[in-house]
Design a binder for this molecule. Sequence first.
Ligand code: SF4
Length: 357
Amino acid sequence: MNTDGGKPFIIPVFLPHLGCPHQCAFCDQQAITSVRQKSPSPGDIRNLINRFLRYKGQRRSTAQVAFFGGNFLGLTPARIHSFLAVADRFVQDGKIDGIRFSTRPDTIDDERLDLLEGHQVAAVELGAQSMDDRVLALSMRGHTAADTVSAVGLLKKNGYEIGLQMMVGLPGDDKDRLYATGRKIVNLKPDFVRIYPTAVLKNSRLAEWYQSGKYRPPTLEKSITLVKQLFLYFRKHDISVIRMGLQAFENSAKNGSIMAGPYHPAFGHLVHSELFLDMARLLLREKGHHRDAVTLRVHPRSISKIRGLKNSNVDALQKEFDLRTVRVIPGPLLPKEGLQIAESGPVVTYSNLDCDL
Ligand code: SF4
């Protein structure tokens, strides 16, 4: 039985920039050259998968190997086969359930997809980043929105599960263009999406533009609100958002490569916290409150979300509604996305929130 909401246990195999001949404006070009030689060998990948499987435990019954951080279908056919063959073996032995990888939209064509035949690939993630050609050009992506549309069509025809990655805060992007990207992504009906805020990495073109004043990243607060709206929109269309915030760059954050931008190690948590704040506002505004103390009830796993980072939501509610105290108590029977004013009243969930898109 899967006890973790159906999410597979992901075994990440990081292939930083491998297979990518491009130079996107937000990519750390020095990192590209320094890691190019550092391709893992099939033996490295085997050891890594074995190591992760030892940690898998019983909580999740399904596991997938994920090749990410590079442009998987841009690798040489020999390398694609050798990497996939290592992971295939684990599927054949019943130790993992499938393989996923991330790749650029312009690497998807019939010939490249033929390379996957006979391998155990379940899902393909495309770095769409934006569906606005001007934004893609200004970000030096080297592909167009039409490439993403055609890649999705081909992947669907071949029966793969599809994930689309998009970015917030790209050069030339604004709220309207971003929301249009969200709508176009929904029209493509992917199985899941990831939303990454744009970080200004040292040694990137974006860093030069940032230093010269040509590029200004959106603030963290603004990015959280934009991602929140996208999350609500995808949720409304039954598309799961499996990640909000950076993942591939986490090492960059640790070694100080992020120069600016709306980076936060708990970005996704901040988005959920804002959603809980919105729900609390909705309840307090719509249902009214005639007391100076309020008790909010949430699922135990959502307590930190309603509280906000360093109790910021509680402080904001106290100030906004002139409350003497705001207590938060656990309500194990509530849905994880639910909130109730204790003792009485309806339960609101994310579904009750308005979406701008
Ligand atoms: S962001 Fe991805 S596609 Fe762009 S240059 Fe870096 S590795 Fe290549």
